[in-house]
Design a protein around this ligand. Structure first.
Ligand code: CMC
Length: 366
C-alpha cells in the first residue's frame, strides 16, 4: 500500500488529455491550446467543443425547451437539484449501457440546459420571470443567451465579461468537482448524476469560485485609500489575502493575467483600486515569504470582471459551475472511454477487534 497523503496532494489519480495547469510556466492550455489564444478569438460554446470534442465545431448546442419544476432563486442548489432531476425527466441511460457518442450527446444537452437553469434561477432571485425562448433566441453567443434569459437584455460589455470569465475557468485539471464527476462516471452512473455530483462538490467555499470574498477587500481599500496599510493589517494578524496564492501554480496564474486585461478593457470602476491592492499585496507577500511564490490567482480579477457584468456575489459559485460544465463533460467522457471503477483504499486507524458488548449503548447483561 502507498503512503497516505492527506488531501491526496501530489497523488496522480488519472492520465488526461484534456488540460493540466503548467505550474512552472504559468500557462493553461486546453487540448494543447493556450487560453491566451482562445479569449477574444472564440466564444465559450466553441471552447466547450474544443474541450469535449477536440473540435470547435459544432460546440455546445443551444438548450432545448424545458421548464424546471420549481426554482428557489438559490442558483447553486437549484442547479444541483434540477440537473439530477434531468436524469429522470430525460430518461438518461447509464454510462455503462451507452456508447461514447450517446454519452457525448447527453453531456451536450445537459451542459446547455444547466446554463439555462442558472439564468432562470437568477431571474427568480431578482423577482423576474425568465425571458421566453423567442427573446433568448436573439442572442448570438451562449453568454448573450444567458443574459437574455436572466435579464431580458444583453449588454455587450456584460456578455464579453461573462464569456471571458467562462473561457478562463472552463477547465482546470483534477480539482475537487472534476474528481467527483469522474468518480461518479466511473461507476457507470448516468451523465446527469455525474454532473449534479460535481455541482455539489463545487458549492463548498474551499473550491474556489468565491470572488465574493474579494469585493469587500476592494471596498475597504477604496474607503481607506491605504492599500499598504490594509495588507499589513491582515498579514500582521496572520490572515490571508483573498485572491493570492495557489496550490498548483508557482508562477502568475495565467487566468488572472487575462481577466485583469479584460477588466481594464471593459473599464471596470474597481480596476484602479484592484491594481493598487494587488501591487501592495504582492510586495508584502514577497517581503514576508521571499522563498515561496505567492502570486495573484484566478479569484482576484474574476471578482472584478464579474462585477463589471453586475453579477451579484452570491451568484458567483453558479457562474463558476456554468463555466465548468465544459471541463466536467470532457472528463466524464474521458472516464467513460478510458476509465476504470475508482475504488481507492483507506488506512484503518479505528479500534482493534472487540466484542459488541464493549460498545457504548450495548445492553448490560442481567
Ligand atoms: N495571504 C497570506 N499568506 C498566504 C497566502 C495569502 N493569500 N497564501 C499563502 N500564504 C502563506 C500561508 O500563510 C503560509 O504561511 P506559513 O507557512 O507562515 O503558515 C504559506 O504561505 C504557505 O501556505 P499554504 O496554504 O500551505 O500554501 P498553498 O500554496 O498550498 O495555498 C491557497 C494555496 C490558495 C490555499 C492559499 O494561497 C490561500 O489560502 N489563498 C487565499 C485564498 C484564495 O485566494 N483562494 C483561491 C485559490 S484559487 C482557486 C482555484 O484555482 O480554484
Amino acid at each position: 500500500m502507498n503512503e497516505f497523503k492527506p488531501g491526496l496532494e501530489g497523488v496522480v489519480a488519472f492520465q488526461t488529455a484534456i488540460a493540466e495547469p503548467d505550474r512552472e510556466g504559468g500557462a493553461l492550455r486546453y487540448r494543447g491550446v493556450d487560453i491566451e489564444d482562445l479569449v477574444g478569438n472564440f466564444h465559450y460554446e466553441q471552447v466547450w467543443g474544443l474541450l469535449v470534442d477536440e473540435s470547435f465545431q459544432p460546440g455546445m448546442p443551444d438548450p432545448e425547451p424545458y421548464e424546471p419544476a420549481s426554482l428557489t432563486g438559490n442558483a447553486p442548489s437549484d442547479l444541483q437539484a434540477e440537473t439530477a432531476r434531468l436524469s429522470s425527466v430525460w430518461n438518461l441511460k447509464k454510462l455503462v449501457d451507452i456508447d461514447p457518442g450517446q454519452a457525448r450527446d447527453d453531456l451536450a444537452r445537459l451542459s446547455a440546459q444547466m446554463m439555462a437553469i442558472v439564468a432562470r434561477s437568477a431571474a427568480v432571485h431578482d423577482g423576474r420571470e425568465p425571458a421566453p425562448d423567442d427573446v433568448v433566441a436573439q442572442g448570438k453567443t451562449a453568454a448573450e443567451k444567458f443574459l437574455l434569459r436572466w435579464r431580458g437584455e444583453a449588454d455587450p460589455d456584460h456578455a464579453k465579461a461573462i464569456d471571458t470569465y467562462w473561457i478562463c475557468t472552463a477547465e482546470h485539471g483534477l480539482n475537487a468537482s472534476t474528481f467527483t464527476a469522474r468518480i461518479t462516471a466511473s461507476t457507470g452512473a448516468d451523465c446527469g448524476a455525474a454532473m449534479s455530483g460535481a455541482v455539489g462538490a463545487l458549492s463548498g467555499p474551499l473550491h474556489g469560485g468565491a470572488p465574493a470574498r474579494v469585493l469587500p477587500m476592494l471596498d475597504a481599500v477604496a474607503e481607506s485609500g491605504d492599500p499598504e496599510g490594509y495588507v499589513k493589517s491582515i498579514l500582521d494578524e496572520h490572515g490571508r489575502i483573498m485572491g493570492f496564492g495557489h496550490r498548483v501554480y508557482r508562477a502568475e496564474d495565467p487566468r488572472s493575467r487575462l481577466l485583469k486585461r479584460t477588466a481594464k478593457e471593459l473599464g471596470s470602476p474597481r480596476y484602479e483600486v484592484a491594481e493598487a491592492l494587488e501591487e501592495a499585496a504582492l510586495d508584502a507577500l514577497k517581503e514576508r515569504k521571499p522563498d515561496y511564490v505567492i502570486a495573484t490567482n484566478v479569484e482576484f480579477y474574476s471578482a472584478v470582471v464579474l462585477d463589471v457584468a453586475d453579477v451579484p456575489p452570491d451568484l458567483t459559485p453558479a457562474m463558476f459551475a456554468c463555466a465548468r460544465v465544459a471541463g466536467w463533460a470532457a472528463h466524464i467522457l474521458e472516464e467513460k472511454r478510458t476509465g476504470r471503477l475508482i475504488r481507492p483504499s483507506a488506512q484503518y486507524v479505528g479500534p482493534g477487534e472487540r466484542p459488541a458488548s464493549e460498545v457504548d449503548g450495548a445492553p448490560v447483561p442481567s
